[in-house]
Design a protein around this ligand. Structure first.
Ligand code: ATP
Ligand code: MG
Length: 275
């Protein structure tokens, strides 16, 4: 994308106005999350640091229970950290009240949950229209845009189906359409293509790549799909409550052995692994 296109596009601000530094889309500093259950303390995230720039695509990998969903929930302002800070597009989430956090999410973020969370009493079309209606768009325009993106994820023939009348993979695609329909600046996805066959997963990945190129959309994706993870700009491993950047050699090993095998075989390390 040329600098002129960047200046002309209201959404594709991959550089700050001085045209020097890439724009920081999302940042967390010294993030800690501890769950307490009775006398037990579960320390899931420990002094975790992360920076994602506008237009960057980041994969987060890690064993089950390592805290990937916990981290995404904190990045999206769906949950609050025990300590540390999350900044989205320069706004500190802790400085916002719940209504302001909701507006910030609607304006800047798309979210695909691990367990999709569609509204059961509404059709696919209504579910996908919802974020546009909340943002103040009129019903007809919202429905047209929702139908177009549902078409794009291969569900043009299922617009009037309710979630209970869709297959698992179809529901996941509705959730992906709902996250992308507002063309948010940053999309957080929790294993978005886990239930999809290879062909459908590739279609979704192509859609994400297209948005990334056209609108400089940032993506933070929790995934077990090694082929997809390798296609992104960075791969970060969540282990011992912290993120480690996987270097080229480790990524090559993943390519050779498979992501899951690498995660299982990788020795757990102590100490700080922040960025
Ligand atoms: N509300 C909660 N209360 C107590 N413990 C929790 C809570 N939510 C998550 N945990 C614990 O925190 C740890 C991290 O959970 P999380 O869901 O973030 O893992 P994950 O990496 O997303 O795993 P998966 O790959 O299985 O989805 C787990 O050990 C889980 O049991
Ligand atoms: Mg999870």
């Amino acid at each position: 994308m040329s600098m002129r296109e960047i200046r002309q596009s209201p959404t594709a601000q991959i550089v700050s106005p001085d045209m020097q530094e890439p724009e920081l889309m999302l940042e967390c500093r010294q993030l800690c999350k501890v769950y307490t259950q009775g006398p037990e303390r579960v320390e899931v995230l420990r002094d975790l640091n992360l920076r994602v720039y506008a237009g960057e695509r980041v994969a987060i990998v890690g064993a089950s229970g390592s805290g990937k969903t916990t981290l995404l929930n904190l990045l999206g302002g769906l949950d609050l950290p025990s300590s540390g800070e999350v900044m989205i597009a320069g706004l500190n989430l802790a400085s916002l009240n719940e209504a302001q956090r909701g507006r910030m999410r609607n304006r800047n973020l798309g979210f695909v949950y691990q367990f999709h969370h569609l509204l059961g009493e509404f059709s696919a079309l209504e579910n996908v229209s919802m974020p546009l209606l909340i943002a103040g768009n009129d019903v007809r325009r919202s429905a047209a845009r929702a139908a177009a993106i549902l078409e794009r994820v291969g569900l043009g023939h299922r617009l009037e189906h309710k979630p209970s009348e869709l297959s698992g993979g179809e529901r996941q695609r509705v959730a992906i359409a709902r996250a992308l329909v507002t063309e948010p600046r940053c999309v957080l996805l929790d294993e978005p293509t886990g239930n999809l066959d290879r062909h459908t997963a590739r279609e979704i990945h192509a859609l994400m790549a297209e948005l990334n190129t056209q609108l400089a959309t940032s993506f933070v994706v929790v995934t077990h799909d090694e082929e997809f993870a390798r296609s992104l700009d960075r791969v970060l491993l969540l282990r011992n409550g912290q993120l480690e950047e996987l270097d080229a050699a480790t990524r090559a090993a993943i390519a050779a052995r498979g992501l899951t095998a690498s995660l299982v075989e990788a020795p757990a390390q102590d100490g700080a692994h922040g960025e």
